[in-house]
Design a protein. Structure first.
Ligand code: ZN
Length: 655
C-alpha cells in the first residue's frame, strides 16, 4: 500500500487541525481505505472559550463530510471531558448519545459529531485514524478471520469482536483498550468493521495505518491473489433495462435511476457459477447496508426480491420494542449476467456511490472465498444496522424529495439558449439530464457531475438517435421526459427565392429528426415509472407566421401537428405531450448585440423597447421558457395533453 505522505507538503500545515486535514485527505485519496464518507479521524488539542479559559478539545470528523475532500470546518470541536464522562455511563441509547455529542460541541452551528466520537476520545493518542480498509474487512469476514488477524499483527493491535457502532462499541473499547494496550500497541481492529491506528503526530498515525493495512494486503496477495478480469464484452439488450427500472420503481413506490456497469470485473462477477451463494451473504461492512441493502437482487425477479425483503423485515422487526418504519423493499444492487452490475438510487450520485461500494464488495467476496469462504455478519446484526434508531430518526427528518428525483430528462439542442436553460431547470428539480447537441460544447457543459450526460450527435441520423437512447439507458436506466428543442432558423427568404434543398434541410432538422427520436423513445417513455412526458418547443410562427420564414414556419407547424397526433396515439400509454410557442427570446446564440441593435433600429425602437414589444411589455428569456417547460412535465400538468401554450408576453396576432 502506497504511503502518500510528503514532508514538504506536510510542513506547510502549521497547526494541528491543518495537519489533521492534510493526513485525513491522504486516507481519503485511497479508495481501498475509505469510500464515500466511510471512516473518520480526530485530533486532540486545546481551544480557548469566550472567558479566556483553555478547554481540552477533541476535533472529530462531523457527519456528512468525506475524508477525500474534508476541510477544517468539517471537524467538530467537542469537550473531551464530556466524551470521557459519557463513556463511563452504564447505558445510553444511541439517540441520547447523538444528542449528548451535539451538546458537547463548542459551536452550536457545527455539524453533528461522528457517532464514533467517544471511541476517538478514549484512545489516549493525539491523532486517531479510522478506516474500513478493504484488506482488513476481507480478512475479518472469513471463518477464522480473528486468528488470521492475530497472527498477522501480534500484540501491535487490539482486536475487538463485532459490536454495532455507537455507544455499545465505545463501551467495549472503554473496557478493552486500557486492559490490553501496551507500548507496542499501534492500532485496533474491529471485526467485520474496520481498523483504527493512532500516534502522537499526524504522520505517525498515518504511517501506522499504511503499515498495518499494507501488511494485510501483502497477506492477501500471497494467500488470496486476485486476478483482474479483462476482455469480457457486454452482450445485453439495453432496451430491456427500462422495463426492469419500472418494476424496481414500482416496488420502491417512487422513481429510481438505474446505472449499469458492464465492465469486465462486473460481468465476470455476475457470471460466477456460484454467484447465487457468494452474493447472498451480506455486505462487507455493516455501514454499507444503508446504501446497498443487505442483499443484491440476482437477475430480474423483482417480485421475489420484494417478497423476501418484506419477510426479512417481518422476521427481524418483531424483536425490536419500538415500532419501525419499513424501508422501501426495492433492491439497490442488481447483479445480472447481461447487464452486469446495476445500481439503483434516487439520484445519479447515489447510484454512483452504490456502484463504487459494490465493485469493492465483489473483490472482497472473491478474496474471502479464496481465503476459505466469505462470511458476513448475521441477519439480525445487519438488521439492527439497517434499522438503527439513528437511521430511523434521519428518515423522519428528511424533507420531501425534489419534484423529478429519480427521473431522467433528455433535452435536444442543449448547448445554448432555451435548450441549455431547460437542462438547468430539470437539474434544479432533481432530474438526471441528458443534453444532446451537434455542438461538442454540450459534452463538458457541467463538468463531470453525475446527473448530467452531454452527448454531441447529429440527430438527423436514426442510428445516432438509437445510440443516444442506449447511452441514456446505460447511465440512468430509462427516460421519463423528452424536450424536443433542437431546430434551425435559417435567414429570411421569400418563397420566390426558396430552393428545394434549403426547404428540405429545414424540414429534415426541425421535423424529420423529431419524428425519429419520438418513435425510438416511445417504448422508453411508455416504461417510465410515472409515465412519459414530452414538451415540444414550437414557435409563435405556428399560430402567427411571418413573411420570409416559410420553411421555418411550415416545419414548426408540421411538428405541432405531429405532436398533436402523438398526444392522441400515446394517451393510452399515459404519455403526455404538450407544446410551448415562444416568441422573441433574445438571450440565445443567434441574437448578438449587433443583430439586436440592427433589428431595433429597423423598427425605430430602442433595444429595450424592441425586446419588450408585446402586450405585457415583458422581456421573455430562455429561463422563462425553460421553467414553463419543466413545469409542464410536473404534477400541475398531470391531466393535460395536446395543449399549446404561447410564451411571448402576449402577442396581438396570437391572442
Ligand atoms: Zn467505522
Amino acid at each position: 500500500m502506497e504511503n502518500l505522505w510528503n514532508d514538504t507538503e506536510a510542513s506547510k500545515h502549521k497547526d494541528i487541525l491543518a495537519e489533521r486535514v492534510y493526513s485525513s485527505r491522504l486516507l481519503g485519496a485511497n479508495t481501498n481505505l475509505v469510500l464515500h464518507g466511510g471512516g473518520n479521524t480526530s485530533v486532540k488539542g486545546v481551544s480557548r472559550n469566550i472567558f479566556g479559559e483553555d478547554v481540552d478539545t477533541l476535533f472529530v470528523k462531523g457527519s456528512g463530510s468525506d475524508l477525500a475532500t474534508i476541510e477544517a470546518r468539517d471537524f467538530v470541536a467537542v469537550r473531551l471531558d464530556a466524551m470521557l464522562k459519557l463513556s463511563r455511563l452504564e447505558k445510553l441509547s444511541d439517540i441520547d448519545m447523538a444528542r449528548e455529542l451535539k451538546l458537547a460541541s463548542l459551536d452550536p452551528n457545527a455539524p453533528a459529531p461522528s457517532v464514533e466520537a467517544i471511541l476517538h476520545a478514549l484512545i489516549p493518542h493525539r491523532f486517531v485514524d479510522h478506516t474500513h480498509a478493504d484488506a482488513i474487512v476481507t480478512i475479518t469476514n472469513t471463518a477464522d478471520g480473528e486468528a488470521r488477524i492475530r497472527d498477522l499483527f501480534g500484540d501491535e493491535v487490539i482486536v475487538l469482536s463485532y459490536v454495532m457502532p455507537g455507544f455499545d462499541l465505545a463501551k467495549l473499547c472503554a473496557e478493552i483498550y486500557p486492559a490490553q494496550a501496551t507500548v507496542r500497541t499501534i492500532g485496533m481492529v474491529l471485526m467485520n468493521h474496520g481498523i483504527f491506528s493512532f500516534g502522537d503526530t499526524a504522520k505517525q498515525a498515518y504511517d501506522r495505518m499504511i503499515t498495518l493495512v499494507g501488511r494485510a494486503e501483502d497477506y492477501l496477495n500471497t494467500h488470496a491473489p486476485l486476478v483482474p478480469a479483462t476482455g469480457i464484452e457486454p452482450a445485453a439488450n439495453w432496451f430491456e433495462l427500462p422495463g426492469l427500472r419500472k418494476k424496481v420503481s414500482t416496488a420502491a413506490g417512487f422513481p429510481l435511476l438505474l446505472r449499469s456497469n458492464a465492465g469486465s470485473a462486473a460481468l465476470s462477477f455476475a457470471r460466477q457459477p456460484d454467484i447465487a451463494a457468494i452474493a447472498q451473504r451480506g455486505p462487507a461492512t455493516p455501514d454499507h447496508i444503508i446504501r446497498t441493502k443487505r442483499l443484491p437482487m440476482l437477475g430480474r425477479d423483482v417480485e421475489a426480491y420484494t417478497q423476501a425483503y418484506k419477510n426479512y423485515f417481518e422476521k427481524n422487526s418483531g424483536a425490536v420494542k419500538t415500532p419501525l418504519t419499513m424501508l422501501d423493499p426495492a433492491p439497490r444492487v442488481i447483479i445480472d449476467p447481461e447487464f452486469g452490475l446495476v445500481s439503483a438510487g434516487r439520484s445519479a450520485r447515489d447510484t454512483q456511490i452504490v456502484e463504487d461500494i459494490y465493485l469493492h464488495t465483489q473483490d472482497i467476496i472473491l478474496r474471502g472465498e479464496k481465503l476459505g469462504g466469505y462470511r458476513a455478519l448475521g441477519e439480525a446484526e445487519l438488521f439492527s444496522m439497517e434499522y438503527w434508531d439513528l437511521e430511523q430518526a434521519k428518515l423522519k427528518k428528511a424533507g420531501a424529495p425534489k419534484a423529478f428525483a429519480g427521473e431522467v430528462a433528455l433535452v435536444t439542442g442543449a448547448a445554448s439558449g432555451i435548450g441549455k436553460a431547460c437542462v438547468q431547470a430539470f437539474l434544479n428539480r432533481g432530474a438526471a439530464v441528458v443534453g444532446v447537441d451537434i455542438n461538442p460544447a454540450v459534452v463538458s457543459l457541467y463538468g463531470d457531475r453525475a446527473d448530467y450526460l452531454g452527448i454531441a450527435a447529429d440527430l438527423s441520423s436514426t442510428d445516432a438517435v438509437k445510440e443516444i437512447l442506449e447511452q441514456t439507458i446505460r447511465h440512468y436506466g430509462g427516460l421519463d421526459m423528452l424536450v424536443l428543442n433542437a431546430g434551425i432558423f435559417p435567414g429570411g427568404k421569400k418563397i420566390s427565392a426558396l430552393g428545394n434543398d434549403e426547404w428540405r434541410k429545414v424540414m429534415a432538422i426541425n421535423l424529420d429528426s423529431n419524428l425519429a427520436i419520438m418513435r425510438e423513445a416511445h417504448p422508453l417513455l411508455k416504461a417510465a415509472p410515472r409515465y412519459g412526458r414530452v414538451v415540444v418547443i414550437g414557435s409563435k410562427n405556428v399560430p402567427a407566421p411571418g413573411p420570409g420564414a416559410a420553411a421555418y414556419s411550415a416545419s414548426k407547424a408540421a411538428l405541432t401537428q405531429l405532436a398533436r397526433v402523438a398526444a392522441l396515439e400515446w394517451g393510452a400509454d399515459a404519455i403526455r405531450i404538450n407544446l410551448v410557442h415562444p416568441n422573441a427570446v433574445f438571450d440565445t446564440g443567434i441574437w448578438t448585440p449587433e443583430v439586436l441593435a440592427q433589428r431595433a433600429a429597423h423598427y425605430g425602437m430602442t433595444v429595450d423597447e424592441y425586446k419588450r414589444n408585446n402586450v405585457l411589455r415583458e422581456e421573455v428569456s430562455s429561463k422563462d421558457v425553460a421553467e414553463l417547460t419543466a413545469e409542464m412535465c410536473g404534477a400541475l400538468f398531470s391531466k393535460i395533453t395536446g395543449a399549446q401554450i404561447p410564451i411571448d408576453g402576449g402577442n396581438d396576432r396570437v391572442i
